[in-house]
Design a binder for this molecule. Structure first.
Ligand code: SAM
Ligand code: SF4
Ligand code: F3S
Length: 443
């Protein structure tokens, strides 16, 4: 009998990719994706543990589900993702409504767990087994039909930045076999993908060796470049330490690699980078920036910043702001440090929260202004947009420009999947608005 499932996804693109693969997997045992969360047999929360707020969101969400199902048959409640991995048994004690706890490296077991689920018997699966997980994924077709598709090539992290939970929730670095990735890219293309974003917690640490040949992310990018159906290639998230010359050279040689580098730096102060255990200096970052800019001046950088990390002085913050004068970052993220249990920084003395908040406001004002200025500079210009979908309830299309900014414009559905010219008429910080001048398709 067909059963209905709803997956709510929090956190990063890796979770979004996994949620889609979970759908692919459990469709084999009769589960069908439901868009109505009020009436399902199985409710999966795919969670994120990166900051404290993210974890609290999960418990809030479970409270909401409980309310929805009061007086009705309770769905099998599955807690997946990074909170599941980090909290495992504890989460079952805190929230008895949860039936199954499954960490990100155990999704190859999800069908068995659901099929053998017996009411009242709680299950917890949190081994780090990336090899089995991806072997399993390789055996089931990726049914994703998005124009812009994610493809995980690498998982886990060996860097152990002192603030970060990822090495504890996703385990050690693992790179998928090159051929399996290409095989999955072929499936995505067959199902209509025109843009592929290669994913990994440290995506540019991708390293796969077979018969004494080493494959890096640059090999994947150059291989995907040959697919005539693929119009755009992206990758995220990278670490400056793994930004090797072969990848940097892709910005010279590869036409489909988008001129947009998301490269988190966290701070513009060498002292802070050392305290955070980031393993590089500001100068190394600037070297990468200028090398890439030399190959292709059109490239823009985006980054992640943490303010209020333990020990951050006013001078450290001034250094970060000085870096923002050297590089005009666009589309960037900034956060106040959130202490995470089990990480080195969790035991350090916090700085005054009010000071951290003020610093966040200052850095965000600068970053948001950069974004507004970039978007303004595109007004009255024609830009290339890959059309991804129609906006629900509106006669409008949604796409993205090369810098990943959202573009909204009127147009007919048959343009979905095309690369078209859109004239930008208006903009705000987050979105570009435009019109199609002649329905002319761009190359
Ligand atoms: N692997 C990427 C890198 O090396 O930069 C980042 C991955 S992490 C999922 C995304 C971002 O979350 C980080 O770049 C950092 O800015 C932020 N982040 C991680 N841990 C944090 C914490 N404890 N408090 C605040 N922000 C945090
Ligand atoms: Fe976290 Fe650092 Fe690893 Fe990025 S490199 S996932 S910030 S530990
Ligand atoms: Fe969050 Fe885990 Fe991604 S902690 S950011 S979902 S790797």
């Amino acid at each position: 009998m067909e059963k209905k499932v709803f997956i709510k996804t929090f956190g990063c693109q890796m979770n979004e990719y996994d949620s889609k693969r979970i759908y692919d997997s459990i469709s084999k045992i009769g589960y069908r994706k439901s868009y109505d969360q009020n009436n399902v047999d199985c409710y999966i929360l795919n969670t994120c543990h990166i900051r404290d707020k993210a974890k609290e969101k999960v418990f809030h969400e479970i409270g909401r589900v409980k309310k929805i199902y009061r007086g009705k048959n309770k769905p099998i409640m599955v807690l997946a993702g990074c909170v599941a991995q980090a909290e495992n048994q504890e989460v079952l004690n805190r929230e008895p409504y949860i039936d199954i706890v499954i960490g990100p490296q155990s999704y190859h077991k999800i069908n068995d767990l659901l099929e053998n689920h017996i009411t009242k018997k709680k299950i917890e699966e949190t081994d780090f087994d990336s090899v089995s997980k991806f072997k399993y994924y390789d055996g089931i077709e990726n049914k994703n039909t998005s124009i812009s598709a994610y493809l995980t090539i690498q998982e886990g992290c060996d860097k152990f930045c002192h603030f970060c939970v990822v090495p504890y929730t996703r385990g050690p670095e693992y790179s998928r076999p090159f051929d399996q990735i290409i095989n999955e890219a072929e499936q995505l293309v067959k199902n209509g993908a025109k843009e592929i974003t290669l994913l990994g917690q440290n995506v540019n640490a991708y390293y796969f060796k077979e018969n004494s040949k080493v494959y890096r992310i640059s090999d994947l990018i150059n291989h995907l470049d040959k697919f005539s159906e693929i119009k755009r290639i992206r990758y995220t998230t990278s670490h400056p330490k793994d930004m090797t010359d072969d990848l940097i050279e892709c910005y010279k040689n590869n036409k489909k690699l988008m001129p947009f580098v998301h490269l988190p730096i966290q701070s513009g102060s060498d002292r802070m980078l050392k305290l955070m255990n980031r393993k590089h200096k500001v100068e190394d970052y600037l070297d990468i920036y200028f090398k890439i800019k030399k190959f292709n001046p059109d490239v823009e950088f985006s980054s992640d910043f943490i303010v209020g990390y333990p020990g951050e002085t006013q001078q450290d913050f001034v250094d970060t702001m000085a870096l923002l004068e050297k590089i005009r970052f666009v589309n960037s993220f900034s956060f106040i440090f959130s202490p995470r249990p089990g990480t080195t920084a969790a035991n350090l003395e916090m700085i005054d929260y009010e000071i951290a908040k003020k610093r966040l406001i200052i850095i965000q004002e600068k970053l948001f202004n950069n974004q507004i200025e970039l978007n303004k500079s595109l007004e009255n210009k024609k830009i290339k947009v890959l059309v991804e979908n129609k906006l629900s309830d509106q006669n409008k299309l949604f796409g993205r420009n090369k810098y990943l900014s959202s573009v909204i414009f009127k147009g007919s559905e048959n343009l979905i999947g095309d690369m078209i010219d859109v004239k930008i008429t208006n903009s705000n910080q987050n979105t570009l608005f435009g019109e199609i001048e002649s329905n002319m398709k761009a190359a």
